[in-house]
Write a protein that binds this ligand. Structure first.
Ligand code: SF4
Length: 386
C-alpha cells in the first residue's frame, strides 16, 4: 500500500545560483511589492508564516528526505540518490512536487538550502533564530543556508541581531540593490535610499554573513544611465560585498514600468548602450574584492564575471570586444544570445552552421519588418525569459 508522500510549501522564485538548493518557504510574497520593474509578487499579498507552520514544513521535508533514502535502499542503491532512484521518483505520479524537489536536491548533493520568499529578515529575530536552529537540527547535512532580504528591512536590525541570526545558521543574504542612484531608486519606487543600501550592506558584512548584491543594468534608462552606473559602483565600493550579481532590466507588459515605457517617461537602453553602461560601471568599481557574476539569462554578456580587483581588465575586455564587433556580427550575437543559442562572444566563431542560420534569420526579419522591427524582434526574444 502506498503511503501519501510528504508535502510542504514552496515559493515561486529563487536566485539562479540556488537552482539546486533545497527550497523552503519562510514568508509569503513581498512586504513591499511596489518596485515598478518587478513582476514577481504583484497582486499577491504578503504574509508571515508562524514558526509552528514553518517547523511542520521542515519536518515534512525531513520525512521526504528519509523516504527518498528508504527507497534508495529498496532499489539496491545503498542509500545513494543516483540515476535509478531519481528516475523512479520523477516518473511516478504518487510523489508531490515538493517531495520531488527534495529528491532532486539529494541527487545534486549541494548541501545548500534557500529560504523563500522576498524578505525573510522581516521576521522577528527570535522567530528566525528558532526556525534556523530547528532546520539545522533536522538537516545536519545542510552546509549553507541563504535567503533574500531588503536593505530597508536590514537597517531595522542591529548588528547584534544579525549576528545571532548568523550564529543560528544563516550564511548568506541576497539583497536586491538594483541601483545606488537615489533618483533611479525613487523613480522605480524601490523604497530605499543609497545611504540605506550602504548601511544595510555594512551591517550584514559586520555580522559575519556573506552578502550578495543584485545590480540591475539598464534601470537608469537612457536619461540616467551614467548616474546609475557611477553611483551604483560608488555604493558597492563602500560595502565591498562578497558577490555582485548582474541581472539586466527587462520590461514585460505585466510590470508597472511598462506604462512608463509606453508613455515615454522611461526610455529603455538598447543592448549597445547597455554594454557601454556596464563598462562605465566596471571602470568605477575601486578598492573592493567582490566576485562579479552575470549568470542571469537576461544578461547580454555572461562572460562579464570574475573576482576584483584581479579580473577587472578581463571583464572590461569582454565589453570592449562586444563593442568593437562589426555591426553585422554584433547583431548576430545579440539575436543568438537573446534567442538562447549563444553564451559567449566566442560562440560566433565556434559554430558556423548556427552563425549562418542566425544570419539568415536577421536578414529575413530586417527585410520584413525593417530596422525597428528587428529591434522589436530582439526585445521579444529577450522578454521570453522574464
Ligand atoms: S522588494 Fe524585491 S520582490 Fe519586492 S517588489 Fe521590490 S524587487 Fe520585487
Amino acid at each position: 500500500m502506498s503511503r501519501k508522500s510528504p508535502r510542504f510549501e514552496q515559493g515561486p522564485i529563487r536566485p539562479p545560483n540556488e537552482a539546486r538548493s533545497l527550497l523552503l518557504r519562510i514568508t509569503r510574497n513581498c512586504p513591499w511589492n511596489r518596485c515598478r520593474f518587478c513582476p514577481v509578487y504583484k497582486k499577491r499579498k504578503f504574509s508571515l508564516r508562524s514558526v509552528d507552520e514553518i517547523k511542520q514544513d521542515i519536518q515534512a521535508a525531513r520525512d521526504a528526505a528519509d523516504r527518498v533514502r528508504e527507497l534508495s535502499w529498496k532499489l539496491g542503491s545503498s542509500g545513494r540518490v543516483d540515476d535509478a532512484v531519481i528516475s523512479q521518483i520523477l516518473s511516478s505520479p504518487e510523489y508531490s512536487d515538493s517531495f520531488r524537489s527534495v529528491a532532486l536536491w539529494m541527487y545534486y548533493g549541494t548541501g545548500a538550502c534557500f529560504l523563500q520568499d522576498a524578505d525573510n529578515l522581516v521576521m522577528p529575530t527570535a522567530d528566525l533564530v528558532e526556525v534556523l536552529t530547528f532546520l539545522k537540527e533536522k538537516f545536519p547535512e545542510i552546509t549553507r543556508i541563504t535567503t533574500y532580504s531588503r536593505s530597508r528591512t536590514i537597517v531595522r536590525k542591529s548588528v547584534d541581531s544579525l549576528t545571532r541570526i548568523r550564529e543560528a545558521g544563516l550564511d548568506r543574504v541576497h539583497v536586491g540593490l538594483e541601483s545606488g542612484c537615489d533618483a533611479v531608486l525613487k523613480f522605480m519606487q524601490k523604497g530605499v535610499s543609497a545611504a540605506q543600501h550602504i548601511e544595510a550592506g555594512k551591517r550584514v558584512v559586520a555580522a559575519g554573513m556573506e552578502l550578495s548584491e543584485y545590480v540591475m543594468p539598464g534601470l537608469g534608462g537612457r536619461d540616467l544611465w551614467r548616474e546609475h552606473a557611477e553611483d551604483t559602483a560608488r555604493v558597492l565600493n563602500r560595502i565591498n560585498p562578497h558577490f555582485i550579481r548582474l541581472r539586466s532590466l527587462r520590461v514585460p507588459r505585466r510590470v508597472p514600468l511598462y506604462e512608463d515605457l509606453v508613455s515615454g517617461r522611461f526610455r529603455m537602453q538598447n543592448d549597445d548602450q547597455l554594454a557601454l553602461e556596464i563598462k562605465v560601471f566596471l571602470e568605477n568599481l575601486e578598492g573592493i574584492t567582490s566576485t562579479i557574476t552575470s549568470d542571469h539569462i537576461m544578461n547580454l554578456l555572461p562572460e562579464v564575471a570574475g573576482k576584483l580587483p584581479g579580473d577587472k581588465q578581463k571583464m572590461l575586455a569582454v565589453v570592449e570586444q562586444y563593442l568593437k564587433l562589426p555591426d553585422k556580427q554584433r547583431l548576430i550575437y545579440r539575436v543568438g544570445r537573446r534567442g538562447g543559442a549563444y553564451e559567449s562572444i566566442r560562440d560566433l566563431e565556434r559554430d558556423p552552421a548556427t552563425y549562418a542560420k542566425i544570419s539568415r534569420l536577421v536578414e529575413e526579419v530586417a527585410g520584413e519588418r525593417g530596422p525597428e522591427g528587428l529591434e522589436e524582434f530582439i526585445a521579444e526574444l529577450a522578454d521570453r525569459y522574464v
